[in-house]
Design a protein around this ligand. Structure first.
Ligand SMILES: Cc1ncc(COP(=O)(O)O)c(C=O)c1O
Length: 491
């Protein structure tokens, strides 16, 4: 058989010596990035560049390759500095740096898979970890689940399970035959948009989302749940599930899960907890009570890549009854498995939306191997403690025009700064948005904004345990410094 000799480019790509040479250089740079991030040496933790400018930069730069270490240095330099304690923006983990090393190993192995044969070690570990962590969360013995790429996907898959469960009771099956499009889900009006998206994907449209009003503390109430259910029934909707948020994205409020569980039981609904952000509170003695009632959930989505220190994406979708994880999908795939109905735990593709997926369980196992689950409790205590410290700092500046939206329950804090009286709420909102934009462009810290109750708020999510009280004060000072010029420009 004639075979061309291996192309020199392919020989270069797989050369172990070159791998070590590049690796040493990149690792050194990354370590230096960690040192300078922690020392807060950059002018800004979020080097904001307008989208079109950044695009223009790369359109030119990518035409002139100068080698991997240089490219990586530039990516690091131009990216958001999550390891910088002044980054207080989005809900993305500040990964334990070990995670980068795990990523290097798992990216080399690339054993993530739909079936056991594609990634035996990773698959077996996933099954063990999901059952163990489920029990740690308070789910009953016999619980289990799957890891997947993100909370958005986990919530969709959980709702597919709920639909199948309800269909089973009615002896009809939307998975096989489609349905009449009249299903529905109840969820807080402040829930993450992915629940709404999941319901629409399932073919139930916007009308299939029964928004439950919240009280002054941003939680669903018993009356609100009953009213939302009644409203759905009046529209001829078949509600299959109620979703509790633990916690909500905008304000970080935890729905009362015990109350939601009671409601679900009374009306024979699937009880899903969207705990993408806040369910890790179960690992903290101090904050576990925030998720009391989780032990009665049918399913729970929890992101390891938010406040558990694991690089994105890495989510656990837990089921109270491991067997329920087979509800969402039944799929023939002769090249992967022979019997679509056989509940083989080891062939994860039968239970995940994804076919190929990354070696997710290795990332979680790595945290437990080095630190034990104790580190999650310690991390939650620190991050939620930072949330409370920021709330106190804002309130101590009340007389200057600072206002706290609500006492934070998690590490999400919403507040605003109105240094003078404005004519209307619209004018207040315009000022807050303008101030935030100026801060994005010039501030050393990174803070985002949100809107609820008709008002625009500045919003911090304290994700970095190395953030100190002095960083919080400096962030507030930064807004005070920028405010006069924003007022002048809006004047
Ligand atoms: C409550 C909640 N659910 C779901 C999501 C979506 O999770 P992911 O970004 O992992 O898809 C988020 C993200 O912020 C969230 O806060």
């Amino acid at each position: 058989m004639m075979l061309e000799p291996l192309h020199p480019l392919l020989r270069k790509a797989y050369d172990p010596d070159r791998f070590v040479r590049l690796g040493r250089e990149i690792l050194e740079d990354l370590a230096q990035h960690l040192v300078s991030s922690q020392a807060r040496t950059a002018d800004r933790s979020m080097p904001w560049v307008a989208p079109e400018d950044e695009r223009r930069h790369w359109a030119v730069r990518l035409d002139s390759p100068v080698g991997l270490p240089a490219l990586m240095r530039e990516v690091v330099q131009r990216s958001n500095g999550l390891q910088d304690p002044r980054y207080m923006g989005h809900q993305v983990a500040v990964p334990f740096p070990d995670g980068a090393l795990v990523g290097m190993v798992t990216d080399m192995l690339n054993n993530g898979g739909a079936i056991y044969e594609m990634g035996p070690t990773n698959s077996a570990m996933e099954d063990v970890l999901m059952a163990r962590i489920g029990v740690m969360m308070g789910l009953p013995k016999g619980c289990g689940g799957v890891m997947c790429h993100g909370g958005t996907l986990a919530n969709l898959v959980a709702l597919l399970a709920a639909r199948r469960h309800a269909a089973g009771q009615r002896d009809a099956d939307a998975w096989e035959h489609g349905d009449d499009g009249m299903g529905a889900v109840l969820v807080s009006e402040q829930a993450h948009y992915c629940v709404d998206r999941a319901v629409r994907i399932m073919g139930w449209g916007a009308e299939g989302v029964g928004l439950v009003p919240v009280d002054a503390s941003h939680k669903m109430t018993a009356e609100g749940l009953e009213a939302a259910l009644e409203a759905m029934k009046r529209k001829g909707r078949r509600v299959v599930a109620v979703v509790g948020s633990a916690c909500t994205t905008s304000s970080g409020a935890f729905d009362d899960l015990a109350l939601t569980a009671d409601f679900a039981r009374e009306h024979d609904l699937w009880f899903h907890v969207d705990g993408a952000h806040g369910v890790p509170a179960v690992f903290s003695d101090r904050y576990r009570s925030l998720v009391a009632g989780i032990e009665r959930a049918d399913s729970v989505a929890m992101d390891f890549h938010k406040i558990m220190g694991v690089p994105a994406l890495c989510t656990g979708l837990f089921y109270a009854r491991q067997d329920d994880s087979f509800l969402p999908f039944t799929q023939s795939a002769e090249y992967l498995w022979s019997d679509a109905e056989d509940p083989e735990w080891w062939n994860f593709g039968k239970r995940t939306f994804e076919c190929t997926k990354r070696m997710l369980s290795t990332r979680v196992a790595a945290v437990l191997e080095e630190y034990g689950s104790e580190i999650w409790g310690v991390l939650i205590d620190r991050l939620f403690g930072l949330g409370r410290a920021l709330a106190t700092a804002v309130e101590s500046r009340n007389s200057k025009g600072w206002e706290l939206a609500m006492a934070p329950e998690a590490n999400i804090v919403c507040f605003r700064y109105l240094p003078q009286a404005f004519d209307s709420v619209e004018a207040e909102n315009a000022f807050t948005s303008g101030l935030r934009q100026r801060h994005l462009e010039e501030g050393a810290h990174y803070v985002v904004q949100t809107r609820f109750g008709g008002r625009v708020w500045l919003r911090c999510t304290l994700m970095n345990p190395l953030t100190e009280a002095s960083d919080l004060e400096a962030m507030l000072d930064g807004f005070e410094v920028l405010a006069p010029s924003v007022l002048r420009d809006q004047g």
